[in-house]
Design a protein around this ligand. Structure first.
Ligand code: SF4
Length: 208
């Protein structure tokens, strides 16, 4: 169960930042629970990157590295927009940490799923995703100061770069798509309630 895996990953005494460990544990748990693909493919990471991530945050769970593909191309894009989204994220990363490179790959891959992005990242709620963005992709968090849905925001940014008009109005306030862009992203976490109770101590402060 996704929640059990999350709890097991968080239980180890690994290094690394606790909030980042929470982010990666959520992503690992949700991919394992919802996909039969190799973990590296579900996360959009190369086997080498996944091994480095596990070594840093989950050295007590080497089983995560079992069954990785031998091709080494698990991070190869599976959609045309994936490299562009990775690049957009990396262009705005806050600190240049390798964790931000891993997160850029994970966010770009999980953005291809159909639920709210925070759900497909296995997170506790949308505030977790906003905390992630403020912490690791601060430039994008500033650009999205009106709190547009993150997946909408990413694709609008990519379209603007390509000169592709997607807005139905020059003004959000009178746009018929306002709710589509800014509406609530409610829903249940795809991790179990038990896991949710374990995540509370991991939440970031409002300003990261
Ligand atoms: S609400 Fe309308 S104008 Fe504003 S970002 Fe969305 S589509 Fe564009």
């Amino acid at each position: 169960m996704a929640g059990d895996l999350y709890i097991g990953l968080m239980a180890g005494r690994a290094g690394g930042d606790p909030f980042d460990r929470h982010l990666f544990a959520c992503a690992v748990a949700i991919v394992r629970a919802t996909s039969r693909q190799p973990l590296s493919v579900g996360l959009g990471l190369s086997p080498e990157a996944l091994a480095a991530l596990v070594g840093r945050f989950f050295p007590h769970a080497p089983v995560l590295l079992a069954g990785l593909s031998a091709t080494g191309h698990d991070d190869a894009p599976v959609a045309p927009e994936e490299p562009d989204l990775r690049a957009l994220l990396l262009e705005h990363r806050t600190s240049g940490l390798v964790e931000e490179e891993w997160l850029a790959h994970i966010i770009a891959r999980r953005s291809l799923e159909t639920n709210h992005l925070w759900q497909d990242l296995g997170l506790t709620g949308r505030p977790d995703l906003s905390g992630l963005m403020r912490r690791h992709f601060a430039g994008l968090a500033v650009l999205n100061h009106r709190d547009m849905k993150w997946k909408k925001f990413f694709y609008r940014e990519l379209c603007q770069r390509e000169g592709i008009p997607i807005c139905r109005s020059p003004n959000c306030e009178v746009c018929a798509d306002f709710t589509l862009c800014f509406g609530a992203e409610d829903g249940a976490s795809l991790l179990s309630p038990l896991a949710l109770s374990q995540t509370r101590h991991c939440s970031l402060p409002a300003q990261a």
